[in-house]
Design a binder for this molecule. Structure first.
Ligand SMILES: [Zn+2]
Length: 613
């Protein structure tokens, strides 16, 4: 098959590489699904000096794909056990392990400078962003990798040669319009999101965005010429939590409100049901004695996990879990939903299925709901192995500094027959000149409401969560005033002040920096007021023109272009195929990037893993 002669075949070991392999010092960040595979490959291909860092300990659910670990290792640090395992392949290996977070202050720029090469095998965006910045600051080449189900990618990041991990804005996690969740669910996932919101309304942290009641402001529900028919139906009700507490979380009353009264109210919004099947209200009494239920009360966890619960079972679980969760709440101010908390997961399974039943949407097993609710994409051991193989092949090229010969490589699911498909960019992708991380003078425009946002919110939500600084300092330009300090206690007095109160207004410039990341960023403040209910709290753009560009790209993320490629190769029998790169590397690469958004990458910690035979 001539297609195998792709740029990938150039990634073979050359003679002068082996010497460099022996001498190089490599850091592997993460010893999970991909990390284990990378470490095995490094050890077997002759690397002698390897350091491993990972924060996690081994869970029993890791054992089906993280092959350096065995049953007896459960509970032990991943980095340490992975190090010992690969040392058994080659006792001369020099291994150093850290059971720690890579974002810790202990691993500064000088730590990174010790290495010839850093290999990322991480499972979250925050750590990836951080290592990206550390490698740029230390000017050490970084090979970034990730998998998501059958998809995956390998990408070289080298200062001044390639783009960095943060050059392109990453798509936000998929969200659903509030009206769909509250009024017109049509898919199981809508009911699952609603059920998670219900959990938070009853037991979690107060969040107005997660209201589960019918939304009378739904534009679709409004009759033309009529103004908001039910101003009171929506906003000015006693909070759901308060009401639930007042009735002492009585299950039948709660059930009747959410699954009968609210649904009856939805039915009064007649416009919604002109083209849809209207929902059927369900009372507690009807649910508890729902006809047609089979006897399925099994104590076997595997059975109850895989079975689709009947309506009466859901009602019973609803009632039981409310008791448990109310109990759990008694000594806390709120609960945090966790897919691994049995009561919380059971509650969401029951509520999602009852709602699905009401809206004639297929109901699902607890297992299926858990995977959706936990935002889990199954981890595929073979995908991890393929990606890790590519990482180490690319490492050989990097050691001889042939960076230009390291284009990004993508793995995709090829067809329903579980075949894999590999594709590579034609050339390395150059840095985005307006990148707020790797450009020579990083700069962003930030749109915030300076009258309502507090300094603490600015620090936590914007500088830390969004711009991924670990310990930021911020100085108000012109005045030279330190408004946020990474030194504890130094600027605490500012925390609860609004930005405007300390002089941060439209047009202000903040010089922000993170000492650990060796990163300085100029932030231009633009005053912005959210107009619509769904408008974000703030916006960050490197270049105001990007705002328009981003909007026009929406809706193109279904990957129709690459599907065409996949279909063209459908008939081949090989399990692993290598095809020539796309005709238009630039466009092709950006499309594929969108297909594999990093935030959809596998949560390596998760216990759900489906490996197809
Ligand atoms: Zn960049």
């Amino acid at each position: 098959m001539s297609a195998i002669q792709s740029p990938l075949s150039a990634l073979s070991v050359e003679e002068n590489v082996s010497d460099l392999i022996h001498k190089s010092r490599v850091l592997v960040v993460g010893a999970g699904g991909i990390g284990c595979e990378i470490l095995k490959n490094l050890a077997l291909s002759g690397f002698q000096d390897i350091e491993i860092i990972d924060l996690d300990t081994i869970d029993v659910s890791n054992l089906n794909r993280q092959f350096l670990f065995r049953k007896e290792h459960v509970g032990k640090p991943k980095a340490v056990v992975a190090g010992l395992s690969i040392k058994s392949y080659n006792p001369d290996l020099k291994i150093k392990t850290y059971h720690d977070s890579i974002t810790s202050q202990d691993y500064g720029v000088n730590f990174f400078k010790k290495f010839n090469l850093v290999l990322n095998a991480l499972d979250n965006r925050a750590a990836r962003n951080h290592v990206n910045r550390m490698c740029l600051a230390a000017d050490v080449p970084l090979i970034e990798s990730g998998t998501s189900g059958y998809s995956g990618q390998v990408e070289l990041i080298k200062k001044s040669v390639t783009q960095c991990y943060e050059c392109q804005p990453k798509p936000a996690q998929k969200t659903f319009p509030g009206c769909t969740i509250r009024n017109t669910p049509s898919e199981p996932v809508h009911c699952i999101v609603w059920a998670k919101h219900l959990f938070n309304q009853l037991f979690g942290e107060d969040d107005a965005d997660q209201d589960v009641s019918p939304d009378a402001e739904d534009p679709e529900a409004k009759v033309e010429g009529e103004h908001s028919a039910t101003d009171s139906g929506n906003v000015k009700r006693t909070s759901t939590r308060q009401w639930a507490q007042d009735i002492k979380y009585e299950p039948a009353q709660l059930f009747n409100k959410f699954f009968k009264n609210d649904i009856e109210y939805l039915l009064t919004m007649e416009n919604l049901w002109k083209t849809r099947k209207p929902p059927g209200p369900l009372s507690w009494e009807e649910a508890a004695s729902h006809a047609g239920d089979t006897n399925e009360d099994s104590n076997d966890v595997r059975v109850t996990d895989m079975q689709v619960w009947s309506v009466s079972k859901c009602a019973k679980v609803f009632s039981d879990t409310i008791g448990d969760l109310k109990e759990a709440l008694s000594d806390k101010s709120f609960l945090v939903w966790d897919k691994d908390d049995k009561s919380a997961m059971d509650f969401v399974t029951a509520c999602a299925n009852i709602r699905a039943h009401i809206f004639s949407i297929p109901t699902k097993s607890r297992f299926a709901i858990k995977s959706i609710a936990g935002n889990i994409i199954p981890a595929i051991a073979t995908a991890n192995a393929i990606i890790a193989g590519l990482v180490v092949l690319q490492a050989f090229r990097v050691l001889v500094q042939e960076y230009e010969k390291c284009p990004s490589v993508y793995l995709r699911k090829k067809s329903v027959h579980s075949k894999f498909l590999l594709a590579a960019d034609k050339q390395v992708t150059k840095a985005n000149p307006t990148c707020y991380v790797c450009s020579p003078q990083p700069f962003v425009n930030v749109f915030v409401n300076v009258e309502t946002m507090t300094v603490k919110e600015f620090e936590t939500e914007l500088l830390k969560k969004h711009l991924n600084m670990v310990a930021p300092d911020a100085v108000l330009d012109g005045k030279g005033m330190v408004v946020i300090s990474s030194e504890e206690g130094e600027t605490e007095a500012n925390d609860n002040k609004k930005l405007k109160e300390i002089g941060i207004v439209d047009g202000s410039i903040l010089k922000c920096d993170d000492f650990l990341q060796n990163y300085e960023l100029t932030v231009a403040i633009n005053h912005y007021e959210a107009k619509e209910k769904d408008d974000p709290l703030f916006k960050v753009v490197a270049n105001p023109e990007d705002l328009k560009a981003k909007e026009s790209q929406n809706g193109q993320e279904d990957g129709s272009k690459s599907d065409k490629k996949q279909n063209a190769e459908e008939s081949d029998e090989d399990d692993l195929m290598v095809v020539d790169e796309q005709e238009d590397p630039q466009e092709g690469s950006s499309k594929r990037r969108k297909l594999n958004p990093p935030d959809e990458r596998v949560d390596e910690d998760d216990d759900l893993c489906i490996v197809e035979a």
